[in-house]
Design a protein around this ligand. Structure first.
Ligand code: B12
Ligand code: SF4
Length: 449
């Protein structure tokens, strides 16, 4: 049986991201299947893609739906029309049955099944594709497979996958080459699941809330494979790398033993780290620390159910700087309880953080299966039957998005290390040029003043 796995994501902001999920989906399929991974970033001409689909003639096309839209409150761009176009191309050029999956799909499975007229879908981990294909081949009941969705079956069971997880990385793959020649950044996962319950966040729903760790030696071996393939930088995509201080430190130690020598970066929760934590990670090659800080007002942090207080942020920040690392903080403004005073507290706090890059997202997107969804329902900002696939942002009664933008812009006062919104215009202009000139990695460190 022939399976075509397509990464439908062509967004290049802040940079194109390697379709890691498809490596795992491919790794779950045994030799009974002929599997081909295709990345739309690598196909700028529709005719080439169509000719490839025709020639491969897949029995099933698994489409990875990562981004729903660019989540930019002022300049929102939905990717649904692009996905609809892709499905049309697959259907016109093959007899393939369409199977949807991916993080974006997992958030809105029923809406995507309808909008894309797909045959099947799998929410959460795509390792279950093997079970689905097996059941379809043997004509057994697919309804029993956890996470499987059809147009008729809309009562969806979300349950983390407990079977074997294998990454199939092809160093010579056409798409691997694309990322190696465009910024040189590949990615890596060290665990699945996030144990925290931030009120707006979809990650525990997508990956589960119990952490499931990969053995550090195995991760280091994967990292070496990426390095040996020519990667210049590794982004560790875990929801929060330091959600387990023990495991993340063991991963760093395994990197040293495996002689991983390229730089790497990841997301961190700004909780207070153990002594020397960032120093040890820096010795193992960590260069970029991206803190999911969101606010420096304790009222807002409490309302967002964040697992830290503002005073912890300053300690984590200092420890990372003392270890010689590049630091960025992400802020999410306009959540429940935000008002002029809380925003002023955050902006004043940033001044005393000092040397770092600050990314500001104004307006919090409401997603199903989150505490924020329930808050928005109670406050009458959305209704239970409302389709929120076209993005709906939470509006704090205490301050408007426009006021937030104005206050942040005034405070930023043109500083280049204060980036407001998705930074789409700036990134589109600058990053491709730098990557073409051979620069590698996320590059935001060049903005630090
Ligand atoms: C790491 C990350 C980033 C990093 C990526 C770094 C890198 N070099 O890889 C950075 C910071 C750059 C980033 C940026 C953005 N991100 Co992001 N990111 C993530 C995160 C935390 C992990 C993604 C990941 O790699 N997961 C690990 C892999 C293994 O999992 P996976 O891809 O989901 O695949 C599994 C399943 O989904 C499934 N699956 C996948 N494909 C398929 C296909 C089939 C057929 C099947 C059956 C199953 C299947 O099986 C896989 C294995 O189990 C997710 C949140 C999350 N926890 O999922 C958000 C997430 C994907 N990001 C999101 C968004 C919005 C963005 C941005 C648009 C934000 C912005 N405004 O700038 C940009 C877009 C970047 C781009 N060019 O596409 C959203 C997407 C959904 C949405 N709301 O639209 C997510 C889900 C977070 C959220 N808000 O809910 N991101
Ligand atoms: S915001 Fe970060 S720490 Fe909080 S639940 Fe989401 S992934 Fe976990």
């Amino acid at each position: 049986m022939k399976i075509l796995l397509i990464s439908a994501n062509t967004l290049r902001i802040p940079y194109p991201v390697y379709p890691l999920g498809l490596d795992y989906v491919a790794g779950s399929l045994d030799s009974r299947y002929q599997v081909k991974i295709v990345d739309l970033n690598d196909f700028s001409h529709p005719e080439t893609l169509e000719a490839m689909i025709k020639e491969f003639s897949p029995d099933f096309a698994g489409i990875s739906i990562r981004n729903i839209d660019n989540t930019d409150v002022l300049n929102c761009r939905s990717f649904l029309p692009e996905y609809q176009n892709l499905i049309r191309q697959v259907k016109t050029n093959s007899q393939a049955k369409i199977i949807l999956g991916g993080s974006g799909f997992t958030i809105f499975p029923v809406e995507f099944m309808q909008a894309l007229d797909a045959d099947y879908g799998i929410v959460g981990e795509g390792e279950r594709l093997a079970q689905l294909l097996d059941a379809l081949e043997k004509k057994t009941d697919i309804k029993k497979i956890l996470g499987v969705v059809t147009k008729e079956k809309t009562n969806i069971v979300y349950e983390p996958y407990s079977g074997a997880i294998n990454r199939h990385f092809d160093p010579a793959g056409r798409h691997t080459n694309f990322y190696l020649s465009y910024g040189g950044m590949l990615n890596l996962q060290t665990k699945r699941g996030c144990p925290f319950q931030c009120s707006y966040c979809t990650y525990p729903h997508i990956e589960g809330s119990r952490m499931r760790f990969y053995p550090p030696q195995e991760i280091a071996k994967n990292a070496r494979e990426l390095q040996d393939a020519g990667a210049k930088y590794i982004f560790i995509i875990d929801s929060a790398f330091n959600a387990s201080y023990d495991h993340s430190r063991e991963v760093a130690e395994a990197f040293v033993k495996a002689k991983v020598s390229i730089p790497w970066g990841c997301f961190f929760v700004p909780t207070v780290p153990p002594a020397d934590y960032f120093k040890r990670l820096a010795e193992a090659g960590l260069t970029h620390v991206e803190f999911g800080t969101e606010s420096l007002s304790d009222t807002v942090l409490t309302n967002l159910h964040k697992p830290f207080k503002s005073e912890n942020v300053f300690i984590a920040h200092k420890n990372a700087l003392d270890a010689g690392l590049h630091v960025a903080h992400y802020f999410l403004l306009g959540g429940p309880g935000e008002n002029k005073q809380t925003l002023q507290n955050t902006l004043a706090g940033i001044d005393s953080l000092g040397k770092a890059v600050f990314f500001f997202f104004c307006g919090v997107r409401i997603y199903p299966h989150t505490a924020l969804y329930e808050i928005a329902l109670r406050e009458g900002q959305i209704t239970a039957d409302e389709n929120i696939l076209p993005p709906v942002f939470y509006r704090s009664p205490g301050i408007s998005v426009e006021e937030i933008m104005k206050m942040v812009e005034n405070k930023a006062n043109g500083r280049v290390n204060w980036l407001i919104g998705a930074g789409e215009a700036k990134a589109t202009r600058i990053l491709p040029k730098l990557y073409r000139r051979g620069f590698t990695g996320p590059l935001w460190e060049y903005l630090i003043q």
